[in-house]
Design a protein around this ligand. Structure first.
Ligand SMILES: *[C@@H]1O[C@H](CO)[C@@H](O)[C@H](O)[C@H]1NC(C)=O
Ligand SMILES: *[C@@H]1O[C@H](CO)[C@@H](O)[C@H](O)[C@H]1NC(C)=O
Ligand SMILES: *[C@@H]1O[C@H](CO)[C@@H](O)[C@H](O)[C@H]1NC(C)=O
Length: 504
């Protein structure tokens, strides 16, 4: 514990240090660090190196003259404050007082810009006394952006910050970030010792960097054969070709988040790759987690190809892929028998036949969301109930055809249900809830929001039997304060979300 505490303190210390270290022109985003290094480091670096030479125990030599990432500097990226994405780093108001004291140990006099001159008379900053492995351990807790800044502190930190062991993950943030360029520069640096491939890189997270294009992904595909996880949520300029290339060249890819990449309509190997594969391998992609939320151009044919190429899928999220129909789910059930979590929220064309196909996933399925699939009725729900006894989570919000009948089947067949949302199902009433209360006593979260037919009677049954209830949503329901008080008395840990002004 003590050790952890010390490490945490040191991390905080390094972050504080980074905050005060003059980085470019005051902005701390990776791109401005990268671009501003062109005009700052040549003058700064040699001085820093000189002052710390005595302490530099590292035997490696500096392979590039400047201890920073060098990019062609663009004035636009320098002047835009919106580039700073990592709030707690850039905003002094949150971290002004405490770190200032710590940093004062190194900088006895104010004015960060005079640092290098001052340190000539004062060689030993306490942090320089730490051994390499300790610094490495501290660095291992820093973000990509912070590591890049560390690399600019001095020669020793440069060598440490680029230690391959620290680079299993690249995480970039910022809507305006030149993500393509940042990826290119980072992978280029990481490939320095192993020509053109970075063997350490396993995770690339670029969520929300809207400027990412296929070019950035091509670099990832070409340089990162060990990639396991790629998140490009919200990078809406990504197209199929780039995705195909990544899945073809990164055979270990397990986690792919394409949420909001609305141009993506399919996932498949490139033609080239599928020709090269031996028949033994089949045309398989090893993705387990796939998030295609809001890929609204996805059609049945696309999902069919995805299903046949990615037989190992376990988690699949297709929220608001509004063009999908029941037909697509047939292929899914056929090719991907291991799907445990499936979200079809707002896939409005999906109906009871689709659920029948989903029910073929049988024993595996734990999580199912069919929220706002308005065509779904008791018929579909019965299939799910009969074949998916291990279901833990069901979201059927807005499935207006669902009645007590369907709910009763579900309750009897899925005793392990932990979370159920039947909000906006106007036909669900007290008798359905009573069945639920009788058979699913492990329920933790129940939403009955805007269920017009539910009254206090159903609620009381639920509360009396499901004592593990943690969340109950009865907003826009006609239930009496008395019933709500009953729930509160019986389920002490339950948070009740309601809109009844008389209950408090
Ligand atoms: C810093 O935080 C203050 C208040 O906490 C806020 O008003 C200001 O806009 C923030 N500045 C930046 C650059 O985020
Ligand atoms: C996205 O791509 C289009 C062309 O396909 C281009 O005009 C647009 O500028 C790109 N958007 C971004 C944010 O790069
Ligand atoms: C994909 O990214 C989005 C946005 O960052 C996130 O909300 C979602 O949970 C991610 N999906 C998965 C499966 O991790």
């Amino acid at each position: 514990l003590k050790r952890q505490f010390i490490i945490l303190t040191l991390i905080f210390y390094v972050q504080a240090l980074l905050f005060f270290f003059p980085a470019g022109k005051g902005s701390s985003s990776i791109s401005s660090d990268i671009s501003s290094s062109t005009d700052h480091t040549p003058t700064k670096a040699p001085k820093n190196v000189a002052t710390t030479e005595g302490l530099d125990s590292s035997t490696r030599t500096l392979s590039t003259p400047s201890p920073g990432l060098i990019l062609p500097s663009k004035s636009s990226s320098l002047s835009s404050p919106a580039l700073s994405s990592n709030g707690h780093e850039t905003n002094s108001s949150s971290s002004s007082s405490a770190p200032a004291e710590t940093v004062a140990v190194i900088h006895p006099q104010p004015g960060t810009h005079t640092r290098s001159r001052q340190s000539k008379t004062h060689h030993y900053a306490p942090i320089d006394l730490l051994p390499d492995h300790t610094l490495l351990q501290i660095f291992s807790h820093l973000s990509t952006n912070q590591l890049c800044r560390c690399a600019r502190v001095c020669r020793r930190w440069y060598n440490l910050a680029w230690d391959p062991r620290l680079w299993s993950t690249i995480q970039l943030t910022g809507e305006l970030l030149h993500a393509d360029r940042a990826i290119r520069v980072l992978t280029h640096r990481l490939c320095q010792d192993t020509p053109n491939i970075c063997l350490t890189l396993e995770t690339v997270v670029v969520n929300g960097c809207k400027r990412l294009t296929d070019r950035g992904l091509h670099v990832v595909a070409q340089c990162c054969p060990e990639l396991r996880r790629l998140e490009v949520a919200g990078c809406y300029n990504i197209s199929n070709e780039a995705v195909f290339e990544v899945v073809s060249r990164c055979p270990n890819l397990e986690h792919l988040n394409l949420s909001g990449c609305s141009k993506v309509t399919c996932i498949s190997l490139t033609q080239e790759a599928s020709l090269q594969l031996s028949p033994l391998h089949g045309q398989q992609i090893s993705i387990h987690y796939l998030d295609m939320t809001d890929c609204f151009s996805l059609e049945d044919e696309g999902l069919r190809t995805i299903a046949s190429h990615c037989p190992r899928l376990t988690h699949l999220y297709l929220r608001r892929c509004t063009r999908l129909t029941d037909e697509a789910l047939r292929h899914l059930a056929l090719h991907c028998p291991s799907v445990r979590e499936l979200s079809l929220s707002d896939c409005r064309l999906v109906g009871d036949f689709g659920l029948r196909e989903v029910a073929r996933l049988e024993g595996c399925l734990r999580y199912l969301s069919v929220a706002h699939c308005t065509r779904i009725t008791d018929v579909g729900m019965r299939y799910v109930a009969r074949y998916c006894p291990r279901l833990r989570y069901l979201n059927a919000r807005g499935c207006e055809g669902l009645t007590d009948h369907g709910l009763s089947h579900l309750a009897r067949s899925c005793p392990r249900l932990k979370s159920l949302d039947v909000g906006k199902c106007p036909l669900v009433s007290d008798s359905g809830l009573e069945q639920l209360a009788m058979y699913c006593q492990g329920l933790r979260r129940v939403s009955l929001r805007a269920c017009e037919s539910v009254t206090g009677r159903g609620l009381k049954a639920l509360a009396a039997n499901c004592c593990e209830l943690q969340l109950l949503n009865v907003q826009d329901c006609e239930v009496s304060p008395e019933a709500l008080r009953f729930v509160r008395r019986h389920c002490r840990r339950c948070v009740i979300e309601h809109t009844n002004p008389a209950f408090y």
